[in-house]
Design a protein around this ligand. Structure first.
Ligand code: BGC
Length: 737
């Protein structure tokens, strides 16, 4: 078929495309089917191939000339290429120089912003502000779509209780309920209501699945857990994202129960497609098909490709094994043409839904790019989300700093723009950004700010200590910005210790010994062991990697222009020895509150409690909670009760509080966690203002995988908790009849 005939086919399909969505998709399906009929096997396989451009490197490069691969119909999808000009050029090759002119889908890791960078995902999750998180994804979608992209490899919804694992920075923390709400918000933000809108992009839920639980926190390591634990604590955010409409899913690098996720039929067929009804396509992670040889699951590359496609993997990201072996596998009967057709159909349907068949260049308008990228509104949104993501962990009254106080700013990280962006900074630039130091100078007046590097982020050079001590002594207050280099979290950045690197804490101790109040600002991508710093510092502000507007956001909070409201979404341990530590643990048969001194579930050298629990975060004001009142202490299996509490701002500043609802099922056919988050509400209160918060409690909030693995409730007694963190709650009780 020549291009004219194909265009004529498109033209026939086009009117259908503008009718109501269902009719539209039926029309699209028919068009895709007729396209499949005329595609050669090679052309079909080309659609199952995703290659990187040479614009950005996020893993090994496998092909010399991806443009030639596009031209030859060997590659139907590209990632790591952006800007309207470049995307337009590659799209032109696909549309004008291949036989069928099928447009390319362009993907990129737009994880927490494209050009305007928002806080890392873990930081954003600490805002507990679903609207703000959705907005962040929306801005990322608009900026990337305006730069030619139509697909992001996000959201990352991996639950993790492993601070050693560097990729906790990319998720939403440890909790499946909060993680699910955030997953939905991000999918909504990226995809909007209409995938074909030229300012929305396709979401890709990753990494499917279990990737957040590598043994010993070592990236890519083996994952193994019971099906019950997996379904209850790890799977929910993936399901939530799929239910929210995400049309692509990325497999993970790890194995689960002995089978690599990239060839795991149980995950891809039983759960994803059959149980959840997922209709989009599945793409691998970077060369994860090839890696099945190293896993010891495939004898060679060809065998790996065969196993992946037969398990339900539609697209090979950068492995080039589908490209090399799929034709042979089909011809030898190891892979059926039906399997290939189904995979290609799913991919083409998404291309159609993105509007690429209507107009392959719809994402390539340079005027829109200019208007949207780094717009004032986007930068303002980034500052807003960044302020909301900061968590105040300690404050003896040192913060907020009064404007005009003499401030000594210390630390290499205080003067670094690059570190503010964290990992996966996409196409964000740091040249025009301002550091925390710049912003403090701007706000407080350069004459009131002294600066010394003091020491580097890592290494043992103490030669700058003397200068740092000198300026600290001259100041009213010290702001020390310490933490991890941006590259110390994210992919392939596991650590065996989670302390602050180098001699930064040693310098902090020396500065604190001068008696000057020291506010520590932390830049990091994981929960850290802050046992020592929590003693020496007068205040600690967890800033994560706060993004393009991070310098301004941190300054806003340090000087009280914004009252911090973030709450931790991962537990901070006292020591690495407590890891994994998370709030939804089980009680065990020998809980610490039993009278016996020795034979209890505890450590002999450390308490069980974390340093900072899940849900914890201070404010510059104080909130008081009244006792919980329940509309009834009995609930029918199809009923509902209301739990309410009154929260009052008893301090002097307006502030926001995240009111958290937890539930415990006291006895079950399988044991239940001591608490599970089941709801939350963020409220803004002026000084003296009170608000009654009402949570509807329904049976679905009490459901779990029972002993026979059916999902549902069991009658019995429950505790219900409402409070300001998982460790600071009021309690009530009710019975499910
Ligand atoms: C990462 C993914 C990412 C992909 C493409 C992989 O190494 O695990 O999260 O989307 O590269 O860059």
């Amino acid at each position: 078929m020549n291009k004219l005939i194909f265009c004529a086919m498109l033209a026939v399909a086009l009117p259908l495309y503008s009718e109501a969505r269902n009719a539209e998709y039926a029309g699209l399906a028919a068009k895709v089917d007729s396209l499949l009929e005329v595609m050669t096997l090679e052309e079909k396989i080309g659609q199952m191939v995703l290659l990187t451009s040479d614009w950005d490197v996020t893993g090994p490069t496998m092909r010399d000339n991806y443009v030639e691969d596009i031209r030859a119909g060997r590659c139907g999808n590209i990632f790591n290429a952006h800007t309207t000009a470049y995307v337009r050029e590659l799209q032109r090759v696909a549309v004008e120089e291949t036989r069928l002119g099928i447009p390319i889908m362009f993907g990129y890791d737009v994880i927490h912003g494209h050009r305007t960078i928002f806080p890392i995902s873990l930081g954003e999750s600490c805002s507990w502000d679903l609207e703000a998180i959705e907005k962040s994804a929306r801005v990322a979608a608009e900026e990337s779509a305006a730069s030619g992209l139509n697909w992001t490899f996000a959201p990352c919804v991996d639950i993790s209780v492993e601070p050693r694992w560097g990729r906790v920075s990319e998720g939403a923390g440890e909790d499946p309920y909060l993680g699910s709400r955030i997953a939905e918000a991000r999918v909504r933000g990226f995809q909007g209501d209409d995938l074909s809108d030229s300012l929305t992009i396709l979401a890709c839920v990753k990494h499917f699945t279990g990737y957040g639980a590598p043994m010993a926190g070592r990236d890519y390591n083996t994952v193994d857990m019971s099906e019950r634990w997996f379904r209850e604590f790890y799977l929910p955010p993936y399901k939530a994202a799929v239910d929210a409409g995400a049309m692509s899913v990325m497999t993970s690098f790890n194995e689960l129960d002995g089978v690599p996720a990239t060839a795991n039929r149980h995950l891809l067929q039983d759960i994803l497609r059959n149980e959840w009804g997922f209709k989009g396509f599945v793409v691998t992670d970077y060369t994860s098909i090839n890696e099945m040889v190293h896993h010891g699951y495939a004898v060679d590359d060809k065998d790996a490709a065969c196993k992946a496609v037969n398990a339900g993997v539609d697209m090979d990201l950068q492995g080039v094994l589908y490209l090399e072996y799929m034709k042979e596998l089909v011809e030898s009967g190891k892979v059926s043409e039906k399997t290939i057709d189904e995979a290609v159909r799913r991919i083409l349907m998404v291309k159609g839904k993105l509007g690429l068949f209507d107009d392959p260049y719809r994402y390539c308008d340079p005027e829109t790019e200019k208007r949207i990228v780094y717009s004032e509104a986007n930068l303002e949104a980034a500052r807003d989300v960044a302020r909301k993501s900061l968590v105040l962990l300690k404050n003896d009254g040192t913060l907020p700093i009064m404007k005009g106080e003499k401030v000594a700013v210390i630390g290499e990280l205080a003067d670094s723009e690059r570190d503010l962006l964290g990992s996966w900074k996409a196409a964000g630039d740091w040249d025009f950004m301002s550091s925390i130091l710049d912003e403090i100078r701007k706000y407080n007046g350069a004459e009131n700010v002294l600066y010394a590097e003091g020491c580097k982020k890592y290494g043992d050079d103490r030669s700058g200590f003397a200068e740092a001590l000198k300026i600290a002594k001259k100041a009213d207050k010290v702001v020390m910005v310490i933490g991890e280099d941006w590259n110390w979290s994210g992919e392939a950045a596991s650590r065996t210790s989670i302390g602050i690197p180098g001699v930064q804490s040693e310098l902090l101790a020396e500065i604190a010994a001068t008696g000057k109040p020291v506010a520590v600002v932390l830049l990091n991508g994981r929960p850290l062991d802050l046992s020592e710093e929590s003693e020496t510092a007068s205040a600690i502000l967890e800033a994560w990697y706060p993004g393009t507007m991070g310098g301004a956001a941190v300054t806003d909070v340090l000087f009280g222009e914004y009252n911090p409201s973030g709450k931790l979404t991962m537990t901070f341990p006292r020591t690495i020895g407590q890891v994994p530590i998370f709030y939804y643990n089980k009680n065990t048969g020998r809980p610490v509150y039993l009278p016996d001194e020795k034979y209890k579930s505890k450590y002999i050298d450390c308490s069980n409690d974390p340093l900072y629990p899940f849900g914890f975060g201070l404010s510059y004001t104080d909130f008081e909670y009244s006792d919980i009142s329940l509309s009834s202490d009995k609930m029918d299996d199809d009923g509902c009760i209301e739990a309410s509490v009154t929260v009052t701002n008893i301090g002097k500043m307006p502030g926001e509080e995240v009111v958290q609802l937890y539930i415990r099922d006291l006895v079950g056919s399988v044991t239940r966690p001591v608490k599970m988050l089941r709801g939350f509400e963020k409220v803004a209160l002026r000084p003296g203002e009170s608000r009654k918060i009402v949570f509807k409690v329904t049976p679905d909030m009490l459901a779990f995988y029972r002993q026979d693995m059916t999902y549902g409730t069991e009658p019995g007694d429950f505790h219900l908790f409402i409070g300001s963190s998982s460790a600071d709650v009021k309690q009530a009780s009710f019975t499910l009849l």
